[in-house]
Write a protein that binds this ligand. Structure first.
Ligand code: SAH
Length: 348
């Protein structure tokens, strides 16, 4: 499937044809990665951040955020819960927080690999090469870093560079792969200034990079960010070219991503569940996705990790999320995945 065909699917208006896209993506998902849905327990370990992203509520200048950083004991408590709930992976995520020191995190990774059967996924932003290397040596299996958009002008706008630093997420993704991490990336859908053409390029980039994991979700406006302010000065584009941050568009991107990267692990994301709390997760799973990331963050911190408002599950306890996702998976005739759920590889 080339760029122009992807573009046609993104703009398709015939409901019958769109049903064909869902069915095709679901078939490819079943043939390539099976009916198992892998559970990755998400621990949002800190909301401190040095970056100033225009989309994210945790950016450094947002004085309204009450900042937290979980202790080693709290994190290990959550990791033990991941084991108890039968999850195969623990995902630790945070703002870009240098209070998370290299060795402190390496020790938590080593503890997890020595004491649990879990795969360890990290998502700590654009850390120095040496940190990524040392965490890999400590046993981390995977790293998530979305490139957010493949349009360099739009990226520079939504992710203003820090003084004396460049931000090249594509270079970091290449390094992660060289270090032996399973590498995950993705984009937001409906960023102000994002065109259909750009989004089709993003999907082509997923294939070119041969990503192991691809997460996509709707852009959700946060009132305490510059992109969230009406008229927030984003690149002016023809309104007919602007991608909507609509549920249907997210499913299209999930489905097309499955078609261009048939072996990838693709989550039905929390942002998708946020715009359709009743059935967003299930519909994502039925249109190409095969992973869910239930939240393990202690309730005291959940609401403080506000990357966007009204995030799904902020009031739930971790045990409730575990029961809820397992029920949702079974209700659509799928099974909860066993083991860490590494990427499958089919020989050519
Ligand atoms: N600091 C880490 C983790 C960020 S949160 C990093 O930068 O990689 C993980 C993802 O949430 C981001 O990559 C982004 O794609 C998504 N996200 C952040 N703010 C969002 C918003 N307002 N709407 C939708 N998704 C958002």
């Amino acid at each position: 499937m080339d760029h122009d065909e992807i573009l046609r699917w993104l703009r398709e208006t015939d409901p019958g044809r769109i049903e064909e896209l869902w069915a095709h993506a679901d078939r490819v998902r079943r043939d390539m990665v099976g009916d198992e849905v892998h559970l990755r327990g998400l621990i949002e370990i800190s909301n401190h951040c040095v970056q100033q992203c225009g989309y994210c509520g945790l950016h450094r200048h947002n004085k309204k955020v009450q900042r937290y950083r979980m202790s080693r004991e709290e994190i290990i408590g959550c990791i033990r819960q991941a084991v108890a709930f039968g999850y195969g992976t623990v995902v630790m995520q945070s703002g870009e927080d240098y209070g998370i020191t290299t060795e402190w995190m390496a020790d938590i990774i080593r503890w997890t690999k020595a004491n649990t059967p879990l795969a360890v996924t990290l998502s700590f932003g654009e850390r120095p090469d040496d940190d990524l290397k040392r965490w890999r040596e400590a046993g981390a299996d995977r790293y998530l870093l979305r490139f957010e958009t493949s349009d360099p002008v739009l990226y520079a706008h939504i992710h203003p560079p820090l003084p004396n630093r460049t931000s090249d997420r594509f270079a970091l993704l290449r390094l992660l792969r060289e270090l032996g991490y399973e590498t995950g990336s993705g984009v937001m859908i409906g960023i102000p200034g994002q065109t259909y053409d750009t989004l089709a390029n993003d999907i082509c980039a997923f294939r070119e990079m041969d990503l192991d994991m691809i997460g996509v979700g709707p852009y959700l406006s946060h009132p305490d960010t510059f992109l969230g302010i009406p008229g927030g000065g984003y690149p002016r584009i023809d309104p007919a070219e602007q991608v909507p941050n609509a549920e249907d568009m997210v499913y299209r991107v999930v489905a097309l991503t499955r078609l261009v990267c048939p072996e990838a692990n693709i989550p039905s994301t929390t942002a998708l569940a946020t715009i359709n709390k009743d059935s967003g997760r299930e519909q994502g799973l039925a249109r190409g996705a095969n992973v869910i990331m239930p939240n393990l963050t202690p309730q005291t911190y959940r609401a403080l990790y506000e990357i966007y408002p009204a995030k799904a599950c902020i009031d739930e306890a971790a045990g409730h999320c575990a029961d809820c996702v397992q029920h949702r998976i079974r209700s659509i005739g799928r099974q909860v995945g066993r083991g860490p759920g590494f990427r499958v590889t089919h020989s050519p």
